[in-house]
Structures are given as structure tokens and as C-alpha cells.
Design a protein around this ligand. Structure first.
Ligand code: TTP
Ligand code: CA
Length: 367
């Protein structure tokens, strides 16, 4: 098998960086984003903070009153979380990152894995330039910085990424991977929490190197076959978990308002063609095929209707969407006298070739 080149992108101090983006005036101050529980003005916890605030000892999960105390006498800015806004920014970045990868796996609002083996011809030298280009594009188009780890698999990419933040780029070649992990404490591995690392320590296992050279049969005797083998492989920098999209979107849609209410098919199609362009781009970027095309219409009396059609076989192109949107709208307009105010285009019922391997990472996320 060809050497894989896997990247992890992790956005820097994400919620706080989003706040700086919409209000650059706070950039040079400590910025703390928190969830206010509402009981008193002070109660709640820190979600994240920018790196200036971190210098004063502010940490995620810390009570807000404690963060306030640490930042006393500074011009710190405290803001409530605005998930909707962070998701918008995240979606814009993810869309760009997705276009850099053969397969793409978003793991949270601010983290995604990319398999770029094909794009860089398996070369870690090329991967460096490629990651720099990707970082620069996101910086100039969205204004957000992030850190990247590059490795021969997801496990190494993730730990590489953590080793240099913010705005980091850390590359670990396959032949360096074991040595890179060796001195780190075992709790840097996914799935090794407090309890497990305490147990490992009692067996004399402190570093990943200790774990890598520990007898796998003994690990299996303590943790069972699946976990024992996993710990052994992970410590040896072995991980064949594939990068794949999780929880695929069920539909892709766009909606827009007409410049003026209308019953004219040609006029309405100008708008739906624009919307279809966006929908089709998303479909292509996510490497999907759809079997259902739908239009959504809000009429002048503000009532809304939708009409859909199921195709005989999956399609993936813009012209197919345009064709059926026209047919659906034409039929719909013949059924009503009312003018149209807003229109939407939606495709759904997706299919895609996907490997169906049970993943260890999902095993940990659910346990
Ligand atoms: P992280 O990636 O852990 O942290 P970060 O992006 O703020 O900082 P960095 O990656 O530069 O170290 O988490 C991503 C977002 O998730 C973070 O911006 C806010 C949110 N979050 C919480 O709401 N509570 C938490 O306890 C943590 C750790 C994160
Ligand atoms: Ca982050």
C-alpha cells in the first residue's frame, strides 16, 4: 500500500478567534468566551480564551469568576458563546479544506482530518507546501488561522498538530513517527484517560516508548483483546483508520428571495439557477450523488409548498438539477394563481462509495 499522507487541521482558540474576527478592536486584549449559567452575573464557565488570556492562566472549563480574578486589572473582554456564528465561520473554513482532500472527515466544529495522499503524490515534502497553501487560502478568504499536523495516519497527525499551536505546521514522516511519539506520556493517546494511565503507571508504563515495548499479550490480559491490541499499535504509531466523512448531510439546499414577487417561470428560474449553482458545487465537493430533487416555494400570501421528484438512478450534475427544478416549477405554477416570493432548491437521497469499517475512534467516542 502507498504511504498515506494524512492531515489534521485544528482551528486556533476557535470561539475567541471568531469573536476577534467580527470585532478586530479586541485582538490585542485578553478575550474570554464563556457560557453564562444566568444564576448570577458571575456564574458560568470558560469555553475558551485567546492566547493573551491564556498567559494569565485562563483555561477552558474554569469558572468565570476565577478567570475574572486572574485577569483583574487588565482590559479583558468577556463574551457569551454564539454557537450559530461559530458554526457559520466553521462551515466556510470546512468547505475550503474539503476541496484540498480526497477524503475529508470533520470531527468537531474546529477539527477535521484530510487524506491528501493523491494531492501530494505521497510526498511529505510536497505536503508542507500544500499545507502552507491551504493555511494561506483560509487566512485570506475567511481570516482564521489554524494548526496542522501531518503524518502517515490520523493518530500521528493529531499528536503532531497538538505539538505546535497556534498557527503551527508540524510534519512527522513515517520513519520519524515512532521516535516522535516515544518520549510523550501515554495519556496523549486517544483512549488513555486518567484511570488507564494510572493503571499503566502501576505496570511501569509511563511513556509511549514504554507502552510500545510492553508485551502485547500482557496488555491484552489486562484490557482485553481489542484495547490491548489498540494500545500496542497506537504506541507503535500504527493506525489504519481511514479518513471518511461522518454523519453525511441528509440534504443540500439553498433558498433565496426574488427581487420581486412573480408568477413568471423564466424570471423565477433566474433565481433557482443561481441557487442550483451553489447546491451543485456542494454536491461535487462532497463527492455525492443524489436521487431526489425538490423545490420549495413561499407564495405572496406567505404560505409555503414543496414539490419533489425521485430520479430513476442517481445523478450528480448541475444540469439534471436545473432540468427537474424547471419541470417542478412549471407544473407548480400551473396549479396556482399566486405569485412566488421565495424559492429554494434541494437535493437529497445521497449515495457514495464508502468503506464500512468499524472504527476504533467511534468506539471511544461512544464508550
Ligand atoms: P479546542 O480545540 O480544545 O480549543 P481552542 O480551539 O479554543 O484552542 P486551541 O485549539 O488553539 O488550543 O476547542 C475548540 C472549541 O471548543 C473552543 O474554541 C471552545 C470549545 N470548547 C468549550 O466550549 N469547552 C471546553 O472545555 C473546550 C476544551 C472547548
Ligand atoms: Ca482548536
Amino acid at each position: 500500500m502507498q504511504n498515506r499522507v494524512v492531515m489534521l487541521a485544528d482551528f486556533d482558540y476557535f470561539f475567541a478567534q471568531c469573536e476577534e474576527l467580527r470585532n478586530p478592536a479586541i485582538k490585542d486584549k485578553p478575550v474570554v468566551v464563556g457560557v453564562y449559567s444566568g444564576r448570577t452575573e458571575e456564574s458560568g464557565a470558560v469555553s475558551t480564551s485567546n492566547y493573551i488570556a491564556r498567559k494569565y492562566g485562563v483555561k477552558s472549563g474554569m469558572p468565570l469568576f476565577m478567570a475574572k480574578r486572574k485577569l483583574e486589572g487588565t482590559d479583558a473582554v468577556f463574551l457569551p458563546v454564539d454557537h450559530q456564528y461559530y458554526e457559520q465561520i466553521s462551515n466556510r473554513i470546512m468547505q475550503i479544506l474539503r476541496s484540498y482532500a480526497t477524503s475529508f472527515e470533520q470531527v468537531s466544529v474546529d477539527e477535521a482530518y484530510l487524506d491528501v495522499t493523491g494531492q501530494v503524490q505521497g510526498s511529505f515534502e510536497n505536503a508542507k507546501n500544500y499545507a502552507e497553501k491551504m493555511k494561506a487560502e483560509v487566512k485570506s478568504r475567511v481570516g482564521v488561522s489554524f494548526s496542522v499536523g501531518v503524518g502517515p495516519n490520523k493518530l500521528v497527525a493529531k499528536i503532531a498538530c497538538e505539538s505546535q499551536k497556534p498557527d503551527g505546521l508540524t510534519i512527522v514522516k513515517p520513519e520519524e513517527a515512532k521516535g516522535f511519539l516515544a518520549p510523550l506520556p501515554v495519556n496523549r493517546l486517544l483512549g488513555v484517560g486518567k484511570k488507564t494511565s494510572a493503571k499503566m503507571e502501576s505496570l511501569g508504563i509511563k511513556t509511549i516508548a514504554d507502552l510500545a515495548s510492553y508485551d502485547v499479550q500482557k496488555l491484552m490480559a489486562v484490557w482485553g483483546k481489542t484495547l490491548g491490541v489498540y494500545f500496542h499499535d497506537a504506541a507503535n504509531a500504527a493506525d489504519d483508520d481511514v479518513v471518511q466523512e461522518q454523519g453525511e448531510a441528509e440534504s443540500i439546499s439553498r433558498i433565496g428571495t426574488l427581487k420581486q414577487d412573480s408568477h413568471d417561470l423564466a424570471f423565477i428560474l433566474q433565481k433557482t439557477d443561481e441557487l442550483t449553482e451553489d447546491v451543485a458545487n456542494d454536491v461535487t465537493e462532497r463527492n455525492l450523488s443524489f436521487k431526489q430533487v425538490a423545490v420549495y416555494v413561499v407564495l405572496a400570501d406567505l404560505s409555503s409548498k414543496s414539490r419533489s421528484i425521485t430520479l430513476e438512478k442517481p445523478a450528480r450534475d448541475k444540469e439534471t438539477i436545473k432540468h427537474y427544478v424547471k419541470e417542478l416549477l412549471d407544473r407548480f405554477l400551473s396549479e396556482t394563481q399566486l405569485e412566488v416570493r421565495r424559492v429554494g432548491v434541494k437535493v437529497s437521497d445521497f449515495s457514495r462509495e464508502e468503506p464500512s469499517q468499524k472504527q476504533l475512534t467511534s468506539f471511544f467516542q461512544t464508550s
